[in-house]
Design a protein around this ligand. Structure first.
Ligand SMILES: NC(=O)C1=CN([C@@H]2O[C@H](COP(=O)(O)OP(=O)(O)OC[C@H]3O[C@@H](n4cnc5c(N)ncnc54)[C@H](OP(=O)(O)O)[C@@H]3O)[C@@H](O)[C@H]2O)C=CC1
Ligand SMILES: O=C(O)[C@@H]1CCC=N1
Length: 270
């Protein structure tokens, strides 16, 4: 499977939409995307926004698409997978974005040797800036993995990891946008507390996070070295950094990644 003309989604929720928008704003033809979604309002919205096709019938996606992306909640897997497995052929590739659910658990629902790739993307896919981790199932061919990596590289960064690393990827980059939104909101609140109008505070907070991330990415410098360059001796920044250390921001973020990774393991029954 060197390239792919049709991608089907089982579930048309938030993450499916983020991937779809990322693909369509890239080079993937909207006509090649089919989404099975139970809710009619959601189907209409996806069709109108992205020019893709939708259906209420899960089996239509499985019968017609080369790549089938499983995008329902992990809790729905036992309800949905028998219907997928019933129509699945050896020529197709199953891509799962489900948090926690292992490739072995997915494969167990199928006869034969289903080709499965487990992927953990994130919602900045909406703007072509996703951070994605992916790993192969036991029957997946190398070319399948490369194909899926290319698809997700079209909507951001996509790194191949081992399956045992996927729960950590989920806790860090899968859930991570929510941590960063909280940080942006809190920075803006701090600006408002100090007298800035809300729109000014939010615009400055967003650009500060964006600019700092871009500088880490483009300079290749360690974040600690970049932080040192902001901290003038006896100046303002080191006073702020001291407060962050006293109040435990670093431990709080490390703890958030661990809590989310643990929840990913729980969702996968581990
Ligand atoms: N949101 C995120 O940032 C990320 C999510 N994920 C993973 O993506 C998956 C989806 O998450 P998310 O998009 O947040 O959740 P959503 O609830 O937004 O999306 C799931 C969608 O699937 C629909 N659905 C449920 N059962 C069926 C069915 N039998 N046939 C067709 N559609 C069905 C749901 O409809 P209804 O609501 O009516 O049940 C809903 O629209 C999860 O497994 C999650 O772990 C992975 C990375 C990031
Ligand atoms: O919250 C969740 O379970 C999903 C998986 C990663 C991000 N959102």
């Amino acid at each position: 499977m060197a390239s792919v003309a049709s991608i089907g989604f089982i579930g048309g929720g938030n993450m499916a939409e983020a991937i779809i928008k990322g693909l369509v704003r890239g080079t993937f033809p909207a006509g090649g995307i089919l989404v099975a979604e139970l809710e009619e309002r959601r189907r209409t919205l996806l069709e109108e926004r992205y020019g893709i096709r939708t259906t209420a019938e899960l089996d239509e996606v499985v019968r017609t698409c080369e790549v089938v992306v499983l995008a329902v909640k992990p809790q729905a897997v036992a309800e949905v997978l028998p219907g997928v497995a019933a129509h699945f052929s050896g020529e197709q590739l199953l891509v799962s974005i489900l948090a926690g659910v292992s490739t072995a658990a997915l494969e167990a629902h199928f006869d034969g040797s289903p080709r499965v790739v487990r992927v953990m993307p994130n919602t900045p896919a909406l703007v072509g800036a996703a951070a994605t981790g992916l790993c192969p199932g036991q029957f997946c061919r190398h070319e399948d993995l490369l194909l899926v990596q290319r698809l997700f590289e079209a909507i951001g960064t996509a790194l191949v990891v081992s399956e045992k690393e996927m729960d950590a990827v989920t806790g860090l980059s899968g859930s991570g946008p929510a941590y960063v939104y909280t940080i942006i909101e809190a920075l803006a609140d701090g600006g408002v507390l100090e007298g800035l109008p809300r729109p000014t505070a939010l615009a400055l907070a967003v650009q500060t996070v964006l600019g700092a991330a871009k500088l880490v990415q483009e300079s290749g410098e360690h974040p600690a070295a970049l932080r040192d360059k902001v901290c003038s001796p006896g100046g303002t920044t080191i006073a702020g950094v001291k407060t962050l250390e006293e109040r435990g921001l670093r431990a709080a973020l490390m703890g958030a990644v661990s809590s989310a990774s643990r929840r990913s393991r729980e969702l996968g029954g581990k």
